[in-house]
Design a protein. Structure first.
Length: 667
């Protein structure tokens, strides 16, 4: 049976899950439609999705229509779940883009449109919620044409809107003269635009059309389908997932116009070799998502790109250079996994309990290895510190967090060495809030807090000081004496300028250890000191009472005394920000960066968008995720990386030091 894999994408709230449910019902796959509000849909089956009322993962669902098997990938709408969205698009052969009839093209739609362009996806556009008040198909179509690049054309027109939305008019086959006067002009204009787009696909057809030759409806229709299949026309049609109007036309168009796996053309590996996407070719597959099920364990979802994958096959994980035995194969649909003996090219399948498989891994016939490119994902930009609520939560956190990181590569975790905090990074506030809820489902309760800023200290000038440790308590005493010089430098360097043997060389490592201990505590707020050169100048020792410990303590004391005389200053970490926004927001972004003490370092126009680079203090970036969304209507994106340290201004430094003293006093 021919197979189509179609990814449903769009901004949050346009009704993707409801439409998926409606398509399953209309095709006879399920006896009745579930409701998102009731938590009864096939797509949103997890507790987190039931609680929030929106999708947080891409769900695989299957239906048959007109003799064609279709796999639907219902993706989340919120951009925080970019891994699920991109994975769902890349695992598909075509894309169904959804927009709302009563709203303009939203930022989520713009993002998924760019992703579909990135992966070369043919697409159909469904304008949903046509039964709602203030639905306006013509306005939605005009906004699509203005906002999204490509040949967008209406293939169907609504006979009415709102409560009057009851049927669709086929723009290609209708005679506008037979329509009522209120519909005739709009449909006639849409028909002309569609015919112009169709005949542009073929020079001979174009000449016949311009010469006034009558072209049969069947020839026009077949040319139309071929253009949709090739991604040269993006047909638009109105639907209502709630009432079912337009579903038959949508299903028919998906069957006829969207391509199958075999029709998408050869697939290219990283080394340039290609693989025909057919069952006859050597087997290859890619892991496009991983989930951790509390009952089944780890589930790896595969897109079989070529060949026939059979239960018991031993394949090579070409991404990691390991052999993998696939003991059992499954076809997923919603929350269910159905065991099958084989998976053929073009199918979505799953394997379980294989800990060595990760998102993006390629599996291939060991005799015909190939590796496909991994899924491109943005770096995490929103970081919070994880604070377990109890000792038992702390004990279980490591294992639970490991499961989350395994499932979602857009999450990352690290331990901030200076502050000791465990950090969790993700794509936004919602992303991390959902992660915390999933940890709670694994019996680990945490609070998310803004991370502490890892301030540092340095010095402005050269200074030197003596440190003498002398203690006599009966028997052998303790004696160590050294003078050190400290001066500004780049990085850290320790040297000895001792002459005449006043300090035996065997004690120099102990002095350096004491110096490093003192550098780790600083002299202002107990922050580590950086960018200094230190030299041991002279000292004295005692043949009996001197020891490694005594000189370590003397070195620490000398360094502490020298720091106090060297003009210590507080440093703050600086991040390199690259923010990508529509050019119309440039002024707002620049003003905001100035208010954040940012230093703009570059401005690069890229068509209708601009990329602004700036060095911004980390303390000013704690709320940037929400601020950028507010400034740009969620049309901006950004990346951050550590860029170094700079001196903290006096008033802010005083504020930080006062807070630090309070913390140390309470500790």
């Amino acid at each position: 049976m021919p197979n189509r894999v179609v990814s449903l994408v769009g901004h949050s709230g346009v009704g993707k899950t409801t439409l998926t449910e409606a398509l399953l019902h209309r095709s006879g796959t399920i006896p009745r439609m579930g409701r998102v509000e009731d938590g009864t849909t096939q797509s949103d089956y997890s507790d987190v999705e039931h609680q929030h009322g929106f999708s947080v993962r891409t769900t695989v669902l299957r239906l048959n229509h007109e003799g064609v098997a279709m796999t639907l990938l219902d993706t989340p709408g919120y951009s925080d779940f970019v891994r699920e969205i991109r994975g769902g698009i890349r695992a598909a052969d075509s894309v169904l883009v959804m927009v709302g009839a009563g709203s303009s093209v939203e930022v989520g739609t713009e993002r998924v449109w760019r992703m579909a362009d990135l992966f070369g996806m043919p697409r159909i556009v469904a304008v949903n919620k046509m039964d709602r008040e203030r639905a306006h198909f013509a306005a939605a179509l005009a906004d699509l044409r203005a906002s999204l690049p490509g040949p967008v054309a209406a293939a169907f027109w609504p006979s009415g809107e709102g409560e009057e939305f009851r049927e669709l008019i086929n723009v290609l086959t209708v005679d506008p003269g037979t329509l009522s006067s209120d519909l005739r002009p709009a449909v006639a204009e849409a028909r002309t635009a569609l015919l112009d787009t169709i005949v542009e696909q073929d020079d001979a057809l174009m000449n016949r059309y311009l010469e006034g030759e009558e072209i049969s409806g069947e020839e026009l229709y077949q040319t139309f389908l071929a253009a949709v299949h090739a991604g040269r026309i993006y047909p638009v049609l109105p639907v209502s997932a709630e009432t079912g109007v337009g579903l038959d036309e949508l299903l028919h168009l998906m069957v006829g116009g969207l391509r199958s796996a075999r029709e998408r053309g050869p697939l290219e590996g990283l080394d340039g070799q290609t693989r025909d996407p057919s069952p006859e070719a050597p087997v290859s597959a890619r892991v496009w998502r991983v989930s951790v099920d509390p009952f089944v364990g780890k589930v790896a979802y595969l897109r079989v790109w070529s060949g026939i994958l059979k239960a018991g096959d031993i394949l090579q994980n070409t991404t990691r250079g390991e052999e993998v035995r696939l003991a059992h194969l499954y076809m997923p649909s919603g929350k269910d996994l159905t065991e099958v003996p084989e998976l053929r090219a073009g199918m979505i399948g799953a394997v379980t309990k294989l800990d060595g498989l990760h998102t993006g891994d390629t599996l291939a016939d060991p005799q015909h290895p190939i590796e496909y490119a991994s899924l491109p994902l943005p770096d995490p930009v929103y970081i919070r510190a994880l604070h377990p609520r109890s000792r038992s939560d702390e004990d279980r956190l490591g294992d639970a967090l490991g499961k989350l990181l395994e499932e979602d590569p857009t999450l990352y975790s690290s331990r901030e060495e200076q502050t000791g905090e465990l950090l969790l990074g993700g794509m936004g506030e919602m992303h991390l809030n959902i992660a915390a809820e999933r940890l709670a489902a694994l019996n680990v309760n945490v609070d998310l807090r803004a991370p502490q800023i890892p301030y540092r200290e340095t010095i402005r000038r050269r200074a030197q000081a003596q440190g003498k440790h002398k203690k006599q308590s009966g028997g052998h005493g303790q004696y160590g004496d050294c003078t050190v010089r400290i001066q500004p430098g780049e990085g850290y360097r320790f040297s000895s300028e001792v002459v005449g043997g006043t300090i035996p060389s065997k004690y120099l490592p102990s002095i350096e250890k004491g110096v490093q201990d003192a550098l780790g505590r600083g002299s202002l707020g107990g922050f580590p000191v950086q960018d200094v050169y230190i030299a041991v100048l002279e000292g004295s020792h005692h043949e009996v009472d001197s020891s490694d410990l005594a000189f370590q303590l003397a070195g620490a004391l000398a360094l502490k005394n020298a720091l106090e005389e060297a003009g210590p200053v507080l440093l703050e970490p600086v991040q390199l920000l690259r923010v990508r926004v529509p050019a119309s927001f440039t002024g707002d972004i620049m003003s905001d960066l100035q208010a954040r003490r940012g230093r703009v370092q570059g401005l690069e126009p890229e068509g209708s968008v601009v990329v602004i680079s700036a060095a911004v203090p980390q303390r000013e970036m704690q709320d940037y995720n929400a601020a950028l969304r507010s400034l740009t209507g969620d049309r901006g994106g950004y990346s951050l990386r550590h860029h170094g340290y700079q001196e903290l201004p006096g008033a802010l430094a005083q504020q930080v030091l006062e807070e630090r003293r309070r913390q140390l006093a309470e500790a």
